[in-house]
Design a binder for this molecule. Structure first.
Ligand code: ZN
Length: 331
């Protein structure tokens, strides 16, 4: 496809909690007209699609006005969504967080907006975004890990986003780190996600408190059952020894998983994003120490471990990169 007049591509990042939309210059750069709204999954799939479409239309209108651009200046829409999904048909096969099954997300958005669209996994897209414009822009092989309600991942191998045989590659959160461990939302036992996702961090913190250890956590949360991963970081920053122990355990679990990845992929860079990175060195120091203990030295020494540098827009930028790659063959 030619791009004679295309100056902009719209990026859409659909998550279980928020939808983010922004307009990215064709050759990369800071997204414009970024908007974030709640997903409100419980209001149904049609509601979510209508909301996404409206956000896209508003973003296009805002950029068109500000830049004096015509409608032909917008090449299309890159969409990132939780999976598993089928890129060829643009269908979300199933997603526990959104409750969609065999849902033709890409074409619903494409038809409503009237622009070409592509669909990719949200965590894959975010990793591709980091490689294209973010922390990974100077290297070839990047692994991305997104720590949130779940744990997502993406793998860029020698500059190519690795989708695997059926678009299911990169599910780092469902790597088994304990064969008889905690039950995961995916049905398996002992997945990394069952230990180090936001809800898993909170659950471990609450379980430990039942042994009546002294901690700021119940007071910060108002009531022990309202403790979230966020409360744990807040308590760590205030020097709470119990919360620090919970975070160190989190770093250990992550370190086990990421050492596996480093030994298998030998990446230049591991980019970690999501709420937990707010804990900063409280997380990264024990995490690096755990990886040093476990991974091969040559692989561990070659791999930088950093937080995202795209300030929450990696998913938008990466969805645009996926659109470019699928539509034009290169980014
Ligand atoms: Zn799992």
């Amino acid at each position: 496809m030619s791009r004679s007049k295309a100056d902009w591509i719209v990026g859409v990042d659909i998550g279980g909690t928020n939808i983010k939309v922004g307009v990215v210059p064709f050759d990369g750069g800071t997204p414009l007209a970024v908007r974030v709204e709640r997903t409100e999954v419980q209001r149904g799939a049609k509601f979510v699609v209508d909301r996404v479409v409206k956000m896209i239309q508003d973003a296009i209108e805002e950029v068109a006005k500000a830049e004096g651009a015509g409608t032909d200046a917008f090449a299309g829409i890159g969409i990132g969504s939780p999976g598993p999904l089928d890129r060829r048909t643009g269908t979300v096969i199933s997603t526990p967080n959104l409750g969609w099954r065999n849902f033709p997300l890409r074409d619903l958005i494409r038809n409503a907006v009237g622009l070409p669209a592509t669909l990719d996994n949200d965590a894959n897209a975010a990793t591709y975004g980091e490689w294209w414009q973010g922390a990974g822009r100077d290297v070839d092989t990047v692994v991305g890990v997104t720590l949130g309600t779940g744990i997502g991942g993406g793998i860029v191998l020698n500059g190519v986003l690795h989708h695997g045989a059926s678009d299911a590659a990169g599910e780092l959160g469902h790597m088994t780190i304990d064969s008889t461990g905690r039950k995961c939302n995916c049905g398996n036992y002992g997945c990394l996600e069952a230990y180090a996702s936001g809800p898993a961090i909170a659950a471990r913190a609450i379980e430990g408190l039942e042994a009546e250890v002294p901690s700021l956590l119940p007071e910060l949360a108002g009531d022990p059952n309202s403790i979230t991963a966020e409360t744990v970081y807040d308590a760590v920053v205030q020097g709470d020894p119990y919360a620090t122990e919970v975070l160190h355990d989190t770093a250990k679990f992550l370190g086990v998983g990421l050492a596996n990845i480093i030994n298998i992929i030998n990446p230049d860079l591991l980019v970690i994003s999501g709420g937990v990175t707010k804990a900063g060195d409280h997380l990264f120091e024990p995490l690096r120490a755990e990886i040093r203990k476990r991974a091969f030295r040559v692989a561990e020494q070659a791999c930088k471990i950093v937080p995202s540098s795209l300030n929450g827009t990696a998913g938008i930028i990466g969805a645009v990169a996926c659109f470019k790659k699928e539509t034009y063959g290169s980014v």
